[in-house]
Design a protein around this ligand. Structure first.
Ligand SMILES: [Zn+2]
Length: 441
Protein backbone atom coordinates (compact mmCIF):
# COMPACT_ATOMS: atom_id res chain seq x y z
CA UNK A 1 0.00 0.00 0.00
CA UNK A 2 1.10 3.56 -0.80
CA UNK A 3 0.39 6.61 1.39
CA UNK A 4 0.90 10.07 -0.06
CA UNK A 5 0.92 12.44 2.91
CA UNK A 6 0.93 16.23 3.49
CA UNK A 7 -0.46 16.82 0.03
CA UNK A 8 -2.18 19.94 -1.18
CA UNK A 9 -4.92 18.16 -3.05
CA UNK A 10 -6.53 19.43 -6.27
CA UNK A 11 -9.26 16.94 -7.04
CA UNK A 12 -10.19 17.42 -10.71
CA UNK A 13 -13.59 19.07 -10.21
CA UNK A 14 -14.45 22.39 -11.80
CA UNK A 15 -12.78 24.58 -9.16
CA UNK A 16 -10.24 21.83 -8.35
CA UNK A 17 -11.32 22.18 -4.68
CA UNK A 18 -7.86 22.75 -3.16
CA UNK A 19 -7.37 21.23 0.29
CA UNK A 20 -4.16 21.30 2.35
CA UNK A 21 -2.64 18.58 4.53
CA UNK A 22 -4.32 15.64 2.86
CA UNK A 23 -3.46 11.96 2.76
CA UNK A 24 -4.25 9.75 -0.20
CA UNK A 25 -4.05 6.00 0.40
CA UNK A 26 -3.56 3.72 -2.58
CA UNK A 27 -4.18 0.00 -2.23
CA UNK A 28 -2.27 -2.85 -3.82
CA UNK A 29 -4.49 -3.06 -6.88
CA UNK A 30 -3.68 0.56 -7.74
CA UNK A 31 -6.96 2.12 -6.61
CA UNK A 32 -7.51 5.05 -4.28
CA UNK A 33 -8.65 3.57 -1.00
CA UNK A 34 -9.01 6.59 1.25
CA UNK A 35 -8.62 10.36 1.18
CA UNK A 36 -8.68 12.62 4.20
CA UNK A 37 -6.94 15.07 6.49
CA UNK A 38 -3.50 14.08 7.74
CA UNK A 39 -4.70 13.87 11.34
CA UNK A 40 -7.73 11.74 10.48
CA UNK A 41 -6.53 9.02 8.14
CA UNK A 42 -4.85 6.02 9.73
CA UNK A 43 -1.89 4.87 7.69
CA UNK A 44 -1.67 1.07 7.73
CA UNK A 45 1.49 -0.49 9.11
CA UNK A 46 3.85 -1.46 6.31
CA UNK A 47 2.55 1.13 3.85
CA UNK A 48 5.13 2.97 1.80
CA UNK A 49 4.87 6.60 2.93
CA UNK A 50 5.76 9.43 0.56
CA UNK A 51 5.71 12.78 2.34
CA UNK A 52 4.75 15.41 -0.22
CA UNK A 53 5.54 18.24 2.18
CA UNK A 54 2.75 20.51 0.94
CA UNK A 55 3.31 19.87 -2.75
CA UNK A 56 0.40 19.74 -5.17
CA UNK A 57 -1.24 16.39 -5.86
CA UNK A 58 -3.79 16.18 -8.66
CA UNK A 59 -5.24 13.76 -11.21
CA UNK A 60 -2.95 12.77 -14.06
CA UNK A 61 -3.57 14.72 -17.25
CA UNK A 62 -5.76 13.32 -20.04
CA UNK A 63 -4.64 14.08 -23.59
CA UNK A 64 -7.48 13.66 -26.10
CA UNK A 65 -5.57 13.89 -29.37
CA UNK A 66 -2.21 12.40 -30.31
CA UNK A 67 -0.52 10.48 -33.09
CA UNK A 68 1.93 8.10 -31.44
CA UNK A 69 3.84 7.48 -34.67
CA UNK A 70 5.40 10.97 -34.80
CA UNK A 71 7.69 12.61 -32.26
CA UNK A 72 6.96 16.25 -33.10
CA UNK A 73 10.25 16.69 -34.88
CA UNK A 74 9.50 19.04 -37.78
CA UNK A 75 9.26 17.34 -41.14
CA UNK A 76 7.42 18.34 -44.25
CA UNK A 77 4.13 16.47 -44.74
CA UNK A 78 5.44 14.74 -47.85
CA UNK A 79 8.60 13.75 -45.96
CA UNK A 80 6.51 12.16 -43.23
CA UNK A 81 4.29 10.30 -45.72
CA UNK A 82 7.37 8.97 -47.55
CA UNK A 83 8.84 7.75 -44.29
CA UNK A 84 5.68 6.00 -43.14
CA UNK A 85 5.15 4.55 -46.64
CA UNK A 86 8.64 3.02 -46.49
CA UNK A 87 8.44 1.62 -42.99
CA UNK A 88 4.97 0.10 -43.15
CA UNK A 89 6.06 -2.04 -46.08
CA UNK A 90 8.62 -4.09 -44.13
CA UNK A 91 8.77 -6.13 -40.96
CA UNK A 92 11.73 -4.14 -39.66
CA UNK A 93 9.94 -0.91 -40.51
CA UNK A 94 6.86 -1.98 -38.58
CA UNK A 95 9.06 -2.92 -35.62
CA UNK A 96 10.65 0.52 -35.74
CA UNK A 97 7.20 2.08 -35.84
CA UNK A 98 6.13 0.15 -32.75
CA UNK A 99 9.23 1.33 -30.93
CA UNK A 100 8.36 4.93 -31.88
CA UNK A 101 4.81 4.46 -30.59
CA UNK A 102 6.18 3.03 -27.38
CA UNK A 103 8.57 5.96 -26.88
CA UNK A 104 5.74 8.43 -27.45
CA UNK A 105 3.44 6.68 -25.01
CA UNK A 106 6.15 6.57 -22.34
CA UNK A 107 6.94 10.25 -22.90
CA UNK A 108 3.26 11.13 -22.41
CA UNK A 109 3.28 9.31 -19.08
CA UNK A 110 6.62 10.75 -17.92
CA UNK A 111 5.27 14.25 -18.54
CA UNK A 112 2.17 13.60 -16.43
CA UNK A 113 -0.36 12.29 -18.98
CA UNK A 114 -1.89 9.17 -17.48
CA UNK A 115 -4.61 8.71 -20.13
CA UNK A 116 -4.10 9.39 -23.82
CA UNK A 117 -6.26 8.94 -26.89
CA UNK A 118 -4.60 8.17 -30.22
CA UNK A 119 -6.54 9.45 -33.23
CA UNK A 120 -4.82 7.99 -36.27
CA UNK A 121 -1.78 5.72 -36.36
CA UNK A 122 -0.55 3.23 -38.97
CA UNK A 123 -0.44 -0.58 -39.01
CA UNK A 124 -2.10 -1.09 -35.60
CA UNK A 125 1.18 -0.22 -33.86
CA UNK A 126 -0.81 1.80 -31.31
CA UNK A 127 -2.96 -1.21 -30.39
CA UNK A 128 0.12 -3.43 -30.08
CA UNK A 129 1.72 -1.08 -27.54
CA UNK A 130 -1.57 -0.57 -25.68
CA UNK A 131 -1.68 -4.35 -25.19
CA UNK A 132 1.91 -4.43 -23.89
CA UNK A 133 1.03 -1.69 -21.41
CA UNK A 134 -2.08 -3.59 -20.31
CA UNK A 135 -0.01 -6.75 -19.86
CA UNK A 136 2.44 -4.85 -17.64
CA UNK A 137 5.34 -5.28 -20.07
CA UNK A 138 5.63 -1.53 -20.68
CA UNK A 139 5.07 1.18 -18.08
CA UNK A 140 2.83 3.44 -20.08
CA UNK A 141 -0.33 5.50 -19.78
CA UNK A 142 -3.88 4.24 -20.24
CA UNK A 143 -4.19 4.26 -24.03
CA UNK A 144 -7.26 4.55 -26.22
CA UNK A 145 -6.41 3.74 -29.82
CA UNK A 146 -8.01 4.29 -33.20
CA UNK A 147 -5.62 2.39 -35.46
CA UNK A 148 -5.85 3.55 -39.07
CA UNK A 149 -8.16 6.49 -39.76
CA UNK A 150 -10.86 6.46 -42.43
CA UNK A 151 -10.26 8.88 -45.28
CA UNK A 152 -11.71 9.35 -48.79
CA UNK A 153 -9.64 9.47 -52.00
CA UNK A 154 -7.22 12.45 -51.75
CA UNK A 155 -8.27 12.83 -48.13
CA UNK A 156 -6.18 14.01 -45.21
CA UNK A 157 -3.71 11.53 -43.75
CA UNK A 158 -3.68 9.18 -46.78
CA UNK A 159 -1.16 6.41 -46.29
CA UNK A 160 0.29 8.17 -43.26
CA UNK A 161 -2.31 7.68 -40.57
CA UNK A 162 -5.40 6.77 -42.60
CA UNK A 163 -6.53 4.30 -45.23
CA UNK A 164 -8.43 5.35 -48.31
CA UNK A 165 -12.02 4.27 -48.82
CA UNK A 166 -13.55 4.68 -52.26
CA UNK A 167 -17.16 4.01 -51.29
CA UNK A 168 -19.38 3.99 -48.18
CA UNK A 169 -19.20 0.17 -48.25
CA UNK A 170 -15.39 0.35 -48.17
CA UNK A 171 -15.68 2.60 -45.15
CA UNK A 172 -17.99 0.13 -43.39
CA UNK A 173 -15.52 -2.69 -44.13
CA UNK A 174 -12.62 -0.67 -42.75
CA UNK A 175 -14.60 0.11 -39.58
CA UNK A 176 -15.19 -3.63 -39.10
CA UNK A 177 -11.46 -4.21 -39.54
CA UNK A 178 -10.72 -1.46 -36.99
CA UNK A 179 -13.11 -3.18 -34.58
CA UNK A 180 -11.56 -6.59 -35.25
CA UNK A 181 -8.14 -5.20 -34.34
CA UNK A 182 -9.48 -4.17 -30.95
CA UNK A 183 -9.47 -0.41 -31.43
CA UNK A 184 -11.31 1.86 -29.00
CA UNK A 185 -12.66 4.39 -31.50
CA UNK A 186 -12.85 5.30 -35.17
CA UNK A 187 -11.13 8.36 -36.62
CA UNK A 188 -12.60 10.01 -39.71
CA UNK A 189 -10.89 12.61 -41.85
CA UNK A 190 -13.69 14.69 -43.29
CA UNK A 191 -11.77 17.76 -44.44
CA UNK A 192 -8.27 18.44 -45.65
CA UNK A 193 -5.73 20.15 -43.45
CA UNK A 194 -3.24 22.96 -43.48
CA UNK A 195 -0.50 20.99 -45.23
CA UNK A 196 -2.61 19.56 -48.05
CA UNK A 197 -4.52 22.75 -48.90
CA UNK A 198 -3.82 24.03 -52.39
CA UNK A 199 -5.58 27.39 -52.16
CA UNK A 200 -5.24 30.29 -49.72
CA UNK A 201 -8.30 30.43 -47.51
CA UNK A 202 -9.21 26.76 -47.99
CA UNK A 203 -7.46 24.74 -45.30
CA UNK A 204 -10.49 22.64 -44.51
CA UNK A 205 -11.96 21.67 -47.87
CA UNK A 206 -14.58 18.96 -47.40
CA UNK A 207 -13.24 15.76 -48.92
CA UNK A 208 -15.52 13.08 -47.48
CA UNK A 209 -19.15 13.20 -48.58
CA UNK A 210 -22.09 12.81 -46.22
CA UNK A 211 -22.89 9.27 -47.42
CA UNK A 212 -19.45 7.98 -46.53
CA UNK A 213 -19.37 9.89 -43.24
CA UNK A 214 -22.80 8.51 -42.27
CA UNK A 215 -21.86 4.96 -43.25
CA UNK A 216 -18.67 5.17 -41.18
CA UNK A 217 -20.40 6.58 -38.11
CA UNK A 218 -23.33 4.18 -38.41
CA UNK A 219 -21.10 1.11 -38.63
CA UNK A 220 -18.90 2.37 -35.78
CA UNK A 221 -21.84 3.07 -33.49
CA UNK A 222 -23.30 -0.37 -34.24
CA UNK A 223 -20.04 -1.77 -32.87
CA UNK A 224 -20.17 0.66 -29.95
CA UNK A 225 -17.12 2.60 -31.13
CA UNK A 226 -17.23 6.40 -30.80
CA UNK A 227 -16.11 8.55 -33.74
CA UNK A 228 -13.53 11.33 -33.66
CA UNK A 229 -13.41 13.56 -36.69
CA UNK A 230 -10.73 15.74 -38.22
CA UNK A 231 -12.42 18.97 -39.42
CA UNK A 232 -10.92 22.38 -40.09
CA UNK A 233 -13.77 24.32 -41.70
CA UNK A 234 -17.37 25.23 -40.86
CA UNK A 235 -18.63 23.16 -43.81
CA UNK A 236 -16.71 20.20 -42.47
CA UNK A 237 -18.04 20.61 -38.94
CA UNK A 238 -21.59 20.81 -40.28
CA UNK A 239 -21.21 17.63 -42.32
CA UNK A 240 -19.55 15.78 -39.44
CA UNK A 241 -22.33 16.71 -37.03
CA UNK A 242 -24.98 15.70 -39.55
CA UNK A 243 -23.26 12.32 -39.78
CA UNK A 244 -23.56 12.03 -35.98
CA UNK A 245 -19.90 12.02 -34.93
CA UNK A 246 -19.01 12.11 -31.26
CA UNK A 247 -16.05 14.47 -31.17
CA UNK A 248 -15.12 17.30 -33.51
CA UNK A 249 -11.35 17.59 -33.57
CA UNK A 250 -9.86 21.09 -34.14
CA UNK A 251 -13.03 22.93 -35.27
CA UNK A 252 -13.81 26.21 -37.06
CA UNK A 253 -15.94 29.29 -36.26
CA UNK A 254 -19.54 28.25 -35.64
CA UNK A 255 -22.78 29.23 -37.28
CA UNK A 256 -26.10 29.07 -35.39
CA UNK A 257 -26.95 25.87 -37.27
CA UNK A 258 -23.70 24.25 -36.10
CA UNK A 259 -24.28 25.38 -32.53
CA UNK A 260 -27.71 23.77 -32.49
CA UNK A 261 -26.53 20.55 -34.08
CA UNK A 262 -23.76 20.24 -31.52
CA UNK A 263 -26.27 20.57 -28.71
CA UNK A 264 -28.90 18.23 -30.12
CA UNK A 265 -26.63 15.69 -31.68
CA UNK A 266 -26.51 12.00 -30.98
CA UNK A 267 -28.55 9.62 -28.92
CA UNK A 268 -26.90 9.69 -25.52
CA UNK A 269 -23.72 10.77 -27.25
CA UNK A 270 -23.67 14.58 -27.24
CA UNK A 271 -20.99 15.78 -29.61
CA UNK A 272 -18.05 17.62 -28.10
CA UNK A 273 -15.25 19.77 -29.42
CA UNK A 274 -11.58 18.89 -28.96
CA UNK A 275 -9.55 22.08 -28.92
CA UNK A 276 -6.01 21.65 -30.28
CA UNK A 277 -4.05 24.90 -30.20
CA UNK A 278 -0.61 23.26 -30.04
CA UNK A 279 -0.34 22.19 -33.72
CA UNK A 280 -1.71 25.48 -35.07
CA UNK A 281 0.25 28.00 -33.06
CA UNK A 282 3.79 27.15 -34.30
CA UNK A 283 2.69 27.42 -37.92
CA UNK A 284 0.91 30.70 -37.20
CA UNK A 285 3.66 32.24 -35.08
CA UNK A 286 7.01 30.86 -36.20
CA UNK A 287 9.28 31.64 -39.09
CA UNK A 288 7.73 29.82 -42.11
CA UNK A 289 11.14 28.55 -43.14
CA UNK A 290 11.52 26.65 -39.91
CA UNK A 291 8.08 25.09 -40.12
CA UNK A 292 8.48 24.15 -43.81
CA UNK A 293 5.59 26.48 -44.57
CA UNK A 294 4.83 27.90 -47.98
CA UNK A 295 2.82 31.12 -48.30
CA UNK A 296 -0.35 29.08 -48.64
CA UNK A 297 0.44 27.01 -45.55
CA UNK A 298 1.22 30.11 -43.48
CA UNK A 299 -1.96 31.90 -44.56
CA UNK A 300 -4.15 28.89 -43.91
CA UNK A 301 -2.40 28.12 -40.63
CA UNK A 302 -3.33 31.59 -39.34
CA UNK A 303 -6.89 30.96 -40.39
CA UNK A 304 -7.07 27.55 -38.70
CA UNK A 305 -5.40 28.87 -35.56
CA UNK A 306 -7.88 31.74 -35.23
CA UNK A 307 -10.74 29.38 -36.10
CA UNK A 308 -9.79 26.88 -33.41
CA UNK A 309 -9.55 29.54 -30.71
CA UNK A 310 -12.82 31.17 -31.81
CA UNK A 311 -14.64 27.84 -32.00
CA UNK A 312 -13.49 26.92 -28.51
CA UNK A 313 -14.75 30.22 -27.08
CA UNK A 314 -18.09 29.87 -28.88
CA UNK A 315 -18.52 26.30 -27.70
CA UNK A 316 -17.90 27.19 -24.06
CA UNK A 317 -20.33 30.08 -24.31
CA UNK A 318 -23.01 27.82 -25.80
CA UNK A 319 -22.52 25.07 -23.22
CA UNK A 320 -20.99 22.62 -25.71
CA UNK A 321 -18.49 20.33 -23.97
CA UNK A 322 -14.88 21.20 -24.81
CA UNK A 323 -11.94 18.84 -24.39
CA UNK A 324 -8.23 19.39 -24.91
CA UNK A 325 -5.67 17.57 -27.00
CA UNK A 326 -2.21 18.37 -28.28
CA UNK A 327 -2.09 16.69 -31.71
CA UNK A 328 1.36 15.42 -30.69
CA UNK A 329 3.25 14.00 -33.63
CA UNK A 330 2.52 17.09 -35.74
CA UNK A 331 5.51 19.34 -36.43
CA UNK A 332 6.60 21.08 -33.22
CA UNK A 333 4.14 19.17 -31.04
CA UNK A 334 6.03 16.81 -28.75
CA UNK A 335 4.71 14.05 -26.50
CA UNK A 336 5.77 15.86 -23.33
CA UNK A 337 3.99 19.18 -23.79
CA UNK A 338 0.36 18.65 -22.78
CA UNK A 339 0.99 21.40 -20.23
CA UNK A 340 1.49 23.88 -23.08
CA UNK A 341 -1.99 23.12 -24.44
CA UNK A 342 -3.41 23.76 -20.96
CA UNK A 343 -1.58 27.11 -20.82
CA UNK A 344 -2.75 28.08 -24.33
CA UNK A 345 -6.32 27.20 -23.40
CA UNK A 346 -6.11 29.54 -20.42
CA UNK A 347 -4.26 32.32 -22.23
CA UNK A 348 -6.02 32.31 -25.58
CA UNK A 349 -9.50 30.94 -24.91
CA UNK A 350 -9.63 32.85 -21.64
CA UNK A 351 -10.68 30.22 -19.10
CA UNK A 352 -9.46 30.25 -15.49
CA UNK A 353 -6.49 28.16 -14.41
CA UNK A 354 -8.83 25.95 -12.40
CA UNK A 355 -11.15 25.35 -15.35
CA UNK A 356 -8.20 24.62 -17.66
CA UNK A 357 -6.92 22.03 -15.17
CA UNK A 358 -10.37 20.54 -14.74
CA UNK A 359 -10.74 20.28 -18.53
CA UNK A 360 -7.38 18.55 -18.86
CA UNK A 361 -8.35 16.02 -16.18
CA UNK A 362 -11.93 15.13 -15.27
CA UNK A 363 -13.44 17.05 -18.20
CA UNK A 364 -11.45 15.09 -20.78
CA UNK A 365 -12.01 11.83 -18.89
CA UNK A 366 -15.79 12.39 -19.14
CA UNK A 367 -15.62 13.03 -22.87
CA UNK A 368 -13.67 9.79 -23.30
CA UNK A 369 -16.14 7.92 -21.07
CA UNK A 370 -13.38 6.82 -18.72
CA UNK A 371 -14.44 9.05 -15.82
CA UNK A 372 -15.67 6.01 -13.90
CA UNK A 373 -12.04 4.90 -13.57
CA UNK A 374 -9.87 8.02 -13.82
CA UNK A 375 -9.77 11.82 -14.15
CA UNK A 376 -10.25 12.83 -10.51
CA UNK A 377 -8.87 12.03 -7.10
CA UNK A 378 -11.74 9.99 -5.70
CA UNK A 379 -12.03 6.85 -3.62
CA UNK A 380 -12.44 3.80 -5.88
CA UNK A 381 -10.81 5.34 -8.93
CA UNK A 382 -7.46 4.29 -10.33
CA UNK A 383 -4.57 6.11 -8.63
CA UNK A 384 -3.54 8.09 -11.74
CA UNK A 385 -1.89 11.07 -10.11
CA UNK A 386 0.77 13.73 -10.55
CA UNK A 387 2.69 15.95 -8.16
CA UNK A 388 4.10 19.43 -8.81
CA UNK A 389 6.19 21.60 -6.50
CA UNK A 390 4.43 24.82 -7.49
CA UNK A 391 0.71 25.50 -7.50
CA UNK A 392 -0.79 25.22 -11.01
CA UNK A 393 -3.77 27.26 -9.83
CA UNK A 394 -1.37 30.20 -9.51
CA UNK A 395 0.58 29.44 -12.68
CA UNK A 396 -0.21 26.57 -15.04
CA UNK A 397 3.42 26.42 -16.06
CA UNK A 398 3.88 24.49 -12.79
CA UNK A 399 2.78 21.46 -14.86
CA UNK A 400 5.94 21.73 -16.90
CA UNK A 401 7.86 20.09 -14.07
CA UNK A 402 6.00 17.03 -12.86
CA UNK A 403 7.96 15.70 -9.88
CA UNK A 404 6.12 12.42 -9.40
CA UNK A 405 3.72 10.38 -11.49
CA UNK A 406 1.54 7.63 -10.06
CA UNK A 407 0.15 5.36 -12.76
CA UNK A 408 -2.51 2.94 -11.54
CA UNK A 409 -0.78 2.96 -8.17
CA UNK A 410 2.73 2.57 -9.53
CA UNK A 411 5.01 5.29 -8.16
CA UNK A 412 7.37 6.96 -10.63
CA UNK A 413 9.59 9.47 -8.84
CA UNK A 414 11.48 12.11 -10.85
CA UNK A 415 10.05 11.03 -14.23
CA UNK A 416 12.18 12.20 -17.12
CA UNK A 417 10.50 12.59 -20.49
CA UNK A 418 12.97 12.60 -23.40
CA UNK A 419 13.06 16.10 -24.83
CA UNK A 420 13.61 17.28 -28.38
CA UNK A 421 15.71 19.99 -26.79
CA UNK A 422 16.15 22.00 -29.98
CA UNK A 423 12.38 22.68 -30.00
CA UNK A 424 11.95 23.80 -26.41
CA UNK A 425 13.39 27.35 -26.71
CA UNK A 426 11.34 28.05 -29.83
CA UNK A 427 8.14 26.81 -28.19
CA UNK A 428 8.93 28.89 -25.12
CA UNK A 429 9.26 31.96 -27.28
CA UNK A 430 5.72 31.43 -28.60
CA UNK A 431 4.44 30.76 -25.11
CA UNK A 432 5.89 33.88 -23.61
CA UNK A 433 4.76 36.12 -26.45
CA UNK A 434 1.26 35.58 -25.04
CA UNK A 435 -0.45 37.60 -27.71
CA UNK A 436 -4.05 36.92 -28.48
CA UNK A 437 -5.08 36.18 -32.07
CA UNK A 438 -7.23 39.33 -32.02
CA UNK A 439 -4.29 41.46 -31.00
CA UNK A 440 -2.33 40.12 -33.94
CA UNK A 441 -5.09 40.47 -36.50
ZN1 LIG B 1 -4.42 14.94 -35.43
Amino acid sequence: MLALTHATLLDGTEDMAPKTNQVVLVDDDGKIKNIGADDEVVIPVGARVVDLDGKYLMPGLVNMHVHFCGSGKPRSASGAADLIGKVTGSGIGRMWLRSEVKKSAINELMSGVTTVRGVGDPVWADVAIRERVKAGKVTGPRMLCSGWGVTPPHGHGVGLIAQVCETPDDARALVREIFAHGCDLVKLFITGGVFDATVKGEPGVVRMDLDMAKATVDEAHKLNLPCATHVESADGVLLALKAGVDTIEHGAPMTDEIRELFLENGVGRASSLTTTISPAIPLARMDPEKTHSTDIVKFNADMVFNGIVECSKQALEAGIPVGLGTDSGCPYVTHYDMWREVVYFHELVGVSNAFALHTATLGNARLLHVDDVTGSVEVGKSADLIVTAENPLDDLEALRHVETVVMAGKLIEHPRPKHLSELDPELDEILHAKTTPEAEA
